[in-house]
Write a protein of this length. Sequence first.
Length: 266
Amino acid sequence: MGKQVAVLIDGDNISYKYAEYIKREAMHYGNVRIFRLYGSISSPSVRPWYKVMPLQGIMPMLQITYANGKSVADQALTIDVMDLLYTQDIDVFCIVSSDSDFTKLVYRLKEAGKVVIGMGEAKTKEALAKACDEFKILDLIYKDADLETQEITQKVTEKIPFVEKEVPQEEEEIIEEEPIEESKISIPSEAEVISYIYDFMKASEDEKINLSEVGKALKEKFLGFDARNYDYNNMTKMLQNHSDRFKVDRQKAPDGIHGIIYVSVK
């Protein structure tokens, strides 16, 4: 049996147009056993998900918001993650959100020996992206992702006019805290990436390097690195586009069936 994957989406924070692609990315890590979306019933960003969830097999875990500024959806997602950690045999957790409030949850999962894949947009804070084993920047990888956004949003809005009202609560004393400055993910230019690869290979004692090692080094150096961020299907295509600096060779693996891709500098 392959690795078991749980995908938990922050619907208040992530656009429904990525639904298909979130599942596609998650399937690279194993069998997607849990696929859930969390959000507030009254959230405008969640309502377009109503049409997409049945198409992608997503289980809705919608919440009623009782007070302003309190994300019960985030709390529900966190509680469910901990339940899954202790009651289900999940190997990989995919946390889909650009909200850095989930950073501590990611660390807790990693302490328990779980692999955590983060997915979000480029606006995500570095703290969350760095905490994950890997982080996928959805709006860069899927620049052209479009499920007729405006049309679906309009149809869903027309069919679901109901908006859950917030339950009034007693006013609480609000203590102002000094905000912590958090930096967003820094996206390097393609030229910076190519320059780093060249320097990395020049510093190596090996004449040629396995492409997977190059990819690993890039992910350690640049948060959320993915060749698709630069409109290439994979690393091979990216390096082949810079054939003036790199040579890409495919060789048979020892089993005589699979192939191994090696890279060398010119």
